[in-house]
Write a protein that binds this ligand. Structure first.
Ligand SMILES: Cc1ncc(COP(=O)(O)O)c(C=O)c1O
Length: 138
């Protein structure tokens, strides 16, 4: 990370994602969109479902292809002016898929969205460079 001040300690991934979702939730308006993928851990789905219930957000899903990779063309089509958050795992705990998180982040930022990368697997199986990925939250 850029500096120690950017590191926030939590008990684990679930708490970290809830922290981000609850903070973002304060500014979410009816019809704002959150993009997650079909390969997410429950911890990266439920906080966004709660935002849908509380604030009327719309959840959109990036499909997973037969080879276990994300459908990046479908992802590009999901992004739009209402996208507020893209929340995708670095590495799938089920498939082992390593997602192109830098590219996912680049496309999301170009659409004006923030990005959360779930690093629960990525952080232990690799040495993620948060600056290179460019995400807002890891
Ligand atoms: C990809 C992924 N996300 C989230 C979690 C949940 O993390 P935690 O148990 O630290 O809340 C896990 C746990 O294995 C995981 O593999």
């Amino acid at each position: 990370a850029e500096s120690p001040e950017q590191v926030v300690w939590t008990k684990g991934g679930t708490e970290a994602i809830n922290l981000v979702a609850n903070g973002l939730g304060l500014s979410i308006e009816l019809g704002d969109e959150i993009i997650v993928s079909e390969m997410e851990h429950h911890s990266n789905i439920v906080p966004w479902h709660l935002l849908r219930e509380r604030r009327g957000a719309v959840i959109k899903w990036i499909p997973v292809k037969d080879d276990g990779s994300l459908d990046m063309a479908a992802y590009a089509d999901l992004l739009g002016p209402r996208t507020r958050m893209v929340a995708v795992t670095h590495m799938s705990n089920v498939l082992g898929t390593i997602n192109p998180v830098a590219e996912i982040t680049r496309l999301a930022h170009a659409a004006g969205s923030q990005v959360l990368i779930d690093g629960c697997q990525g952080a232990v199986h690799a040495t993620p460079d948060v600056k290179a990925i460019g995400c807002d939250f890891y």
